[in-house]
Design a protein around this ligand. Structure first.
Ligand code: ASP
Length: 415
């Protein structure tokens, strides 16, 4: 067929462009069709995207558990797991802190909060629905161990699933005998099934991207974009700088040509942009990491599921910019010590942000709360959050793939 002659990434890109075009055309502001026709049309526009996302989410839980378990079990011993685990953790915290520092510096330099008046901006969300009580850190940490595996699965609690996978992998590693073998074989076969399903879902990707983009564009408050121009500009510039930082890391620590890297991961970036969900795109990142980037399966299987939930540099940068932006609007000055505290708080918060659409702004509420910035301020940001979510998710996914390239290289070097 004619379509199959077009390279896959180009088909996704065409879906993206057509989706943006249709979304802009159908946007309520452009008054092309009535609101009632639009409300009938919207679910159908989203339809291919919903099917695509559901297919990926259907296999997300078994895939995360299986890939982490197999990744861990293919290390040669516990010492290797400890070495890889520490390296990955230190790397994740380091890049997150760099992203936050970029965000804080840009927000102070550009000072987007001084360029607008609160009265100019429409409030689009009742902030009380976003405020959440902050829980003690000890409780949050202990709850990573799921009391009930079925709950953890049904609520897609990624960190708990990764932990379950690590335990299973350690079991395979330490009890290589008749009792563990059948379970390991089952997990292996489960992983193959999930990867096979990813292949099926991928065929729909161009249509999904088209539908999701068209839908998203009809939801974005275009008139709000202008009012918040400097804020959006600060976040976008920060995200671009984080991407450049990744390219430098890929070159220096991963010993790989960063432009080739960008080319190999473009499908993941576009899918992250159109779905706003790192966890939904995770199955595709795993496929691209192993097949295109040629990352050793044990590294990809360990780093990517963990990264999808722990390593969110795009979200961290956005949370830092948004906090400083709102503090400027409310004339709250940060001392140097508070800025340092902000770096640590946002690092923790971005680790706790679930890899699904729109969660970054909810967690932002608890950051504002701890710095006594009026949480109502979030209402100002809400209208443009969908767009920024798309951009930061794309960067979050790029960060996980960058981490896997670097860990892959460092691991080979250590051998
Ligand atoms: N949507 C983001 C992700 O899935 C999380 C967020 O910042 O809201 O990576």
């Amino acid at each position: 067929m004619f379509l199959t002659k077009i390279p896959f990434w180009a088909r996704i890109f065409i879906g993206l462009i057509l989706g943006i075009g249709i979304g802009v055309y159908l946007h309520p502001d452009s008054k092309q069709i009535s609101e009632s026709t639009l409300s009938i049309l919207l679910p159908w526009l989203k339809f291919p995207g919903d099917i695509f996302l559901n297919l990926l989410q259907m296999i997300m839980v078994p895939l995360v558990i299986a890939s982490v378990a197999l990744g861990v079990s293919s290390l040669s011993n516990m010492n290797e797991l400890y070495k890889l685990g520490t390296k990955v953790f230190v790397y994740f915290v380091f890049t997150t802190m760099v992203a936050i520092s970029i965000g804080v510096s840009l927000a102070i330099l550009i000072n987007p909060g001084s360029k607008i008046q609160t009265s100019e901006i429409a409030v689009t969300q009742n902030p009380s629905s976003l405020t959440r009580e902050s829980e003690p850190a000890a409780k949050i940490i202990s709850e990573i161990i799921p009391k009930n595996i079925i709950n953890a699965m049904s609520e897609q609690q990624m960190l708990s699933l990764v932990l379950l996978g690590i335990f299973l992998g350690i079991f395979f590693l330490s009890a290589k005998n008749d009792s563990s073998e059948p379970l390991r074989k089952f997990v292996q076969s489960l992983e193959s099934f999930c990867i096979w399903m990813v292949g099926i879902a991928m065929k729909m990707a161009p249509f999904a991207v088209f539908g999701l983009m068209a839908f998203a564009l009809t939801q974005i408050g275009v008139s709000l974009l202008a009012g918040l121009f400097y804020y959006i500009f600060t976040v976008l510039l920060g995200l671009v700088l984080v991407l450049i930082f990744y390219m430098v890391l890929v070159k220096l620590l991963g010993k790989k040509n960063p432009f080739v890297f960008l080319k190999q991961i473009r499908e993941v970036q576009i899918l992250g942009f159109s779905t706003s969900s790192s966890s939904s795109v995770l199955p595709i990142s795993l496929k691209i990491a192993k097949e295109e980037l040629k990352i050793q399966p044990k590294i990809a299987d360990f780093v990517l599921p963990l990264g999808a939930t722990v390593n969110m540099d795009g979200t961290a940068l956005y949370q830092a910019v948004a906090t400083i932006f709102l503090s400027q609007i409310y004339n709250i000055d940060f001392t140097f010590f508070q800025l340092i505290l902000l770096v640590f708080t946002v690092t923790g918060a971005s680790i706790g942000t679930a890899a699904t659409p729109g969660v970054g702004i909810v967690i932002l509420a608890s950051i504002l709360y701890s710095f006594q910035i009026p949480v109502e301020g979030i209402a100002i940001l809400f209208g443009v959050d969908r767009f920024l979510d798309m951009c930061r998710t794309s960067v979050n996914l790029s960060g996980d793939l960058t981490a896997s390239v670097i860990m892959n290289h460092l691991w080979k070097e250590n051998k």
